[in-house]
Ligand binder design. Structure first.
Ligand SMILES: [Zn+2]
Length: 315
């Protein structure tokens, strides 16, 4: 299967292709060659995003080619390679295949696009276990979750771990531990919340912790639920993005496919009139990891669906 062979070629450049690195450049060069083979005219915008255009391209299709240090073969690259495949199957359709720069770093490229499409389609590996648990190869994304990041700081007092009685301590890490359990309880249906980082001071085995800062990451596709979650958890929000509803370009070609929310951010958040399709993640939904996997059969179905949605929009 040509899509899988090309994913292998991109992965062979380097597992880690940081945004704007020589490795990402090499992946863009490879994709540019495949775009020319598909009869597309190659160009780049000021942000370095790669376009393969045919005709009056009001419909865009694509994803990103950068990766994280522990990345797998499918995240991002699948969306670009599948887009080139779909474009090659529709030799008369006006469209643009796009590989955005540095998605994992912001994203940086899709935030800086200079012209706007009439529609944008993105196929992406799910990066989670939902479709595998449903036994379904494909899922239509209804929205990209809103996301709040921040922290909470706990103040205690540094004391000797051997000489200070238990009832005389102000242990900031014990306070933080109770907060972490509180965060987990606050995340109910339709929301997720995570404490992923702990910074303890002085972080010494024989000193009662004096100050602890914990990170909080809270997400929901429902703006009201997200705001309620933030209030209930009670933390300092340092960065927040609203939920982004997705279009129905894939819903119209896959009326019976399950609908799901993307908990992760994608380039599609920053391109107007986006629709997203997820392909099933195997191996428990692991992603940003070399075991990330989608099957050849599922990818074949995904490319068919991408082609069908593109054919409707770009005819
Ligand atoms: Zn991605």
């Amino acid at each position: 299967m040509r899509v899988l062979k090309r994913l292998d070629e991109i992965y062979a450049i380097a597992q880690y292709r940081a945004g704007y690195s020589p490795e990402e450049d090499a992946a863009h060069e490879l994709a540019a060659g495949w775009m020319r083979d598909a009869g597309l005219e190659v160009s780049r915008d000021a942000a370095g995003n790669l376009f393969g255009t045919r005709g009056d391209a009001r419909v865009w299709v694509g994803s990103h080619l950068d990766s994280v240090p522990t990345g797998g073969k499918f995240d991002g690259a699948l969306g670009v390679v599948a887009a080139i495949e779909a474009a090659s199957r529709l030799p008369d359709a006006p469209l643009a295949v796009v590989a955005f720069r540095a998605e994992e770093a912001g994203p940086m490229g899709s935030k800086k696009i200079e012209s706007l499409p009439e529609a944008y389609l993105e196929l992406h590996i799910e990066q989670g276990p939902v479709l595998a648990n449903l036994g379904e190869p494909l899922g239509v994304v209804t929205a990209i979750a809103g996301h709040a990041r921040g922290q909470k700081v706990f103040e205690g007092r540094a004391d000797h771990a051997g000489t200070t009685p238990m009832d005389a301590r102000a242990d900031a890490l014990v306070e933080a531990a109770q907060f972490i359990l509180h965060v987990r309880k606050c995340a109910r249906e339709g929301t997720v919340a995570t404490v992923g980082a702990i910074y303890a001071e002085p972080n010494a085995t024989n000193v009662v912790p004096a100050q602890v800062t914990v990170s909080v990451d809270a997400r929901s596709a429902d703006a009201k639920l997200l705001d309620a979650l933030i209030t209930e958890i009670g933390f300092d929000v340092q960065w927040k993005s609203d939920p982004v509803p997705m279009g129905d370009a894939f819903a119209s070609v896959l009326p019976d496919a399950p609908r799901l929310v993307s908990g992760a951010g994608h380039d599609a958040m920053f391109v107007p009139n986006s629709s997203m399709l997820f392909v099933r993640s195997l191996n428990g939904g692991v992603s940003h990891h070399p075991d990330e996997l989608s099957s050849a059969e599922d990818i074949a179905l995904a490319v068919d669906a991408l082609t069908a949605a593109l054919a409707r929009l770009a005819s």
